[in-house]
Design a protein around this ligand. Sequence first.
Ligand code: 0WK
Ligand code: 0WK
Ligand code: BGC
Ligand code: BGC
Length: 860
Amino acid sequence: YSTIIHKSMYVHQGEFLSLDLGGSNFRVLLVRVMADGEQKVEMESQIYAIPEHLMRGSGSELFDHIADCLSNFLEKMGIKDKKLPLGFTFSFPCQQTKLDESVLVSWTKGFKASGVEGQDVVSLLRKSIKKRGDFDIDIVAVVNDTVGTMMTCGYDDHHCEIGLIVGTGTNACYMEQMRNLELLDGDEGRMCVNTEWGAFGDDGALEDLRTDIDREIDAGSLNPGKQLFEKMISGMYMGELVRLILVRMAKEHLLFQGKTTAELLTTGILLHSTSALKTTMTWMNLYRQGLTSAEQVLRGLGLDPSVEDCIATQRVCQIVSTRAAHLCAATLAAVLRQVRDNKAAEKLRTTIGVDGSVYKNHPEFSRRLHKMVRRLVPDCDVRFLQSQDGSGKGAAMVTAVAYRLAAQHVERQRILDTLRLSREQLVEVKKLMSEEMVRGLSKQTHEQASVKMLPTYVRSTPDGTEHGDFLALDLGGSSFRVLLVRVRSGKKHNVDMHHKIYSIPQETMQGTGEELFSHIVDCIADFLEYMGMRGASLPLGFTFSFPCHQSKLDQGILLRWTKGFKASGCVGQDVVTLLKDAVSRRQEFDLNFVAVVNDTVGTMMTCGYEDSKCEVGLIVGTGTNACYMEEMHNIELVENDDGRMCVNMEWGAFGDNGELDDFCTQFDHMVDECSNNPGKQRYEKMISGMYLGEIVRNVLMDFTAKGLLFRGKLSERLKTRGIFETKFLSQIEKDRLAMRQVRSILQHLGLTSSTCDDSVLVKEVCSVVARRAAQLCGAGLAAVVDKIRQNRNLNQLSVTVGVDGTLYKTHPHFANIMQETLQDLAPQCQVTFHKSEDGSGKGAALITAVACRIKSEGQH
Ligand code: 0WK
Ligand code: 0WK
Ligand code: BGC
Ligand code: BGC
């Protein structure tokens, strides 16, 4: 049974309660951990009896009794008003799914209280405490006594990775490699496994070794067929083994002149009483204290033993306890081999924490055990460390670690909750977006509105008669593309495209406008060269993915740069003029500038070419934005109320007037302050690819600074802005991605000592940040489609959204979460998403083609 103990020794200081049930004594303990410089532990405890009738009565009575003892102890200690964390050493086979839940599989060792097997013993104890109602505690952990013992000894000896009990019962635990625990996910690090080796042989594996005496004991026990190995070793049974052997020998006239007594013949007389152990101890001490005490014991059973009888009895005791010690050594050797093999160590150096009255009190048991272990595994250097403080201390240690981890978890979730949006909040975002859209469209409030709702002068879609070659530029996304788009007229839409991707170096993005536009013209020249069209003068459609004020199709006044662009001398300028100037500076070719469009508009047009219901364009990439077909009469900046025109919302700026302040976290403020356009594009900075990685990095930094991650060790690389690329979010959230791969990303970030838990947490932070982005995007889109529906007084709207952008396309969950949110917030709209495969350049070329057609038809 795995016990979720990962064995980190740094514990939380404080006071912890501990219960120790299942050995010969039931103990209640108060453990104080002081961490002033070096850690010190003080303990106070009280032993309480568990009467037999409770061990075999009803479970609720047993747990009520435990609660009574606890209450009594708290009273005595004057701490009844405190709600202290408690560790419960429950020394029976239990199935554990988490540290504070433990389902009893079967009772052992004289216990048989009804209504407990199959139940979670933590809930039973909580119920009894609740029933009393005079105190409250926080049950944080349930551990087996072997585990408590390992932790207790591990506190003094860090090599201690095995726990052994040889007392009333017997059992062992050890630290196993996670990769070998097939019942659990995760393959990194180690976890403590409670072997419950007492049940070894219950499947018949020990039949060759078991004697009739063993079978007789089992038959007379409370749990026949169960714990067969334990019944050959532990204190509860050794005395009975000796008795039955003496009876057998007496009956065969080998002892006591063939005489037996009622006491000697009393079956289970030694089994059914907790004094069984004492009897066992008595038998065992026979050996140490010589013949006199042997005689005493035998006379105690009404026998009249001869000296030979006493010697023979001692011999029987010796054989029984030697077999027990050797059997225990054999199984311990198996555990040691497993630990050694796991470490692939030549020589294993390890410590075994031991407790139990047989190991501690039997004069020879431990010596024989050590000796046989060393014979069986000579390549293991084993130290046996006898527990002085009982497993209660270990249980308190586990509780302290769990308490610290739980406190850390609560603190992490408190911080992550600031990044989790409720449905009410998303409804509010949608409402605020709707209001801003109306303010952007209205002549009166347009200037103040954060969402500018910019007219694009794109009003009609291709009718299939368009034809010709068109040049398209696509600037503003993660890559700059120059495209040649060949449109052939006719019903079957066929457009051929050739394109080449060029990079825009950082220094060009942030240099002068002249350099930037000259660079663009250089790329065009290179492309025309590459296409063998040097000097060609083609109609050009320019996808310029930044907020531009347009008063006609072939003009775009840049309102401000976004997404890392900052070239000087461009804001307030017509980008078509800037490009024309650059073309004429080069004097190599000429271009016929027909249209400048936003990438959202280009994307809508590209997808609209396949799906005529596509009336919304969405980009979730480096930046984010949306456009849609708005009724002309709502676009107050443009005269003419007929028909529709595509409006570029520039929703990235939503929140720049403080609309989103209630939703912004400290991390959003950090990202904004460190950006090259503080106070601008707030909505974009909570959603798009350029910023999500930075939000995650800031959360990870905050967690690390608070000691909640990477053990508080901040790596230099993690302090580097932009080091946590948004693509990592998409990679890390890939479902099939094993933690190991997350680790390799963390290693790439210089976080070489991160643990599996760290990886799990990093994955959680990524998913929380990406989920919020997708939900915010979904809420914004819900406002858009519901506006279209209301514009058309429809009860139900069916519309297609053309979408593009690396984040939308590569993130494993973004699209689904956004769709779910949209469906939830705009239930009267059936929205189909059409992923653009050809980019917005094609759309820009189609818009150019339409404009050329209209121009040539002289309709305009
Ligand atoms: C003392 C430990 C307790 C364990 C006991 C086993 O504190 O958790 O159950 O040793 O030994 P026993 O009392 O059964 O001999
Ligand atoms: C591809 C489009 C382009 C747009 C880009 C956005 O062709 O116009 O700007 O998607 O996505 P990003 O490249 O920023 O991830
Ligand atoms: C129980 C174990 C326990 C051992 C020692 C056995 O009977 O099944 O859980 O560790 O006794 O107390
Ligand atoms: C720009 C928009 C663009 C979006 C997506 C934003 O930063 O302001 O014009 O559509 O990014 O690329």
